[in-house]
Design a protein around this ligand. Sequence first.
Ligand SMILES: [Zn+2]
Length: 490
Amino acid sequence: MSSIKRNFLFLLLLAISSQSCVRNPVTGKKQLSLMSEEQEIAIGLQSHPEVVSSMGLYKDAKLDTFITQKGRAMAAISHRPNLPYQFHIVDSPVVNAFAVPGGYVYFTRGILAHFNNTAEFAGVLGHEIGHITARHSARQQTSQILGQVGLLAGMVLSEQVRQMGEQASQAVQAMMLSYSREHETESDELGVSYSSKIGYNAKEMASFFNTLKRISDDAGHNIPTFQSTHPDPGDRFINVGKLAAEYQAKNPGTYATDRESYLKMIDGIIYGDDPKQGFIENQTFYHPDLKFQFPVPLAWQTQNSPASFQMAPKDGKSMMALTLGNGKTLEEAAQAKIKQYNLQVLQNKKTTINGIPALVFVATVPQQQQQQQPQQPGQQQPTIQLVSWFFEHNGLVLNLYGVASSSEFNNAAIVFQAVAAGFKPLTDNEKLNRKPERLVIKTVPRNATFKEIMKGFGMPDARLKELGIINQLNDNDIVKQGTLIKTIQR
Ligand SMILES: [Zn+2]
């Protein structure tokens, strides 16, 4: 290295360190941080509406009060008590919790349904608050995001297609925030000490990693993102168990579990997908709230959120999505989309599909728009084409569109057309009134095995494994009379 280069590097390092070296509130050590506290708060403020619009908040006043109370109590004893903390429940069946810098902590309704007591909740709360107080700089692992949501796993076209498909993916990205193993371990330690400090038994936090392990071992279960972006839950079970025992040996006292009160609080919580937000059956996507349906091509992968429904074949060479159009009329929504993506429209026409007024256009995405990611030398970005339908239905403009590279477009368009041709009003009352499943807490009537108890409550054999996971029990475990237990009811 030449001395000029060395000097430059030295100056650069000096510049970085003088600007942004902060004392870590947890370790007390000086740390290179590229983010000021103001920036952290700004990030939280900016991400929160995106999290809400793409995932939705789960409305339950009792649970909201509970998580906010516990959250504030923990924030007060944490290393950064003065941040403007907020605690929210997002309307997702996935088992996950995540934190955004600036003090925003989110739990999915899925993870709340899987906890079996307040101590488990407190451990995860402490872990997430720990990421914030220890100023862990999260990184978003794009490849992992795509792998986990499954849908865009094979998407090879370009960043632009991904953006078209993920207009509202901020929340997905926030959920997939990934930290280094070192930071995860540090957050686990903070989870143990924070939850202990507000009076909960951190050994229960360890046992929740068993639940995560069982979820990840059970392929049929919801994607365990919380677990898969974190270190191995088996290791964490052992480490956190050890830390909890050490903490309690050093600080003798009573540490609460609060099983009954927790279970009573989640009694009735929606479990699994909420059909109101759309569901798939018989190769058809039904949306009871917005009252429409359309076919899903065979073997395509799908992903549904309040903001959009996306689907793609396994080869990832094309994709389709449905979102709300940005406008009050077909023309307005179409123009808004053309402007947003600077599209070059090749054809457009007004039409009627199954009695629904519609507007359709075919367009290309201009080259310069596609070059937002560094290109591999010698690799040409394919031209991207899209076909976009706008439907005026039930007072809303809905936008269904298909995207593919120009070379694939003609083949893909046959499928896109078939889907659009099948877009129609949903009138089937059984589908319109489909109720979600809920957790219902029951009292065990007599000493018996878990399996016998579940049978007694009319739970089907096919759901036993799942019921075992959410109850942290195995088929032949003896459960005592009077114990509260989770059942699933529609
Ligand atoms: Zn974490």
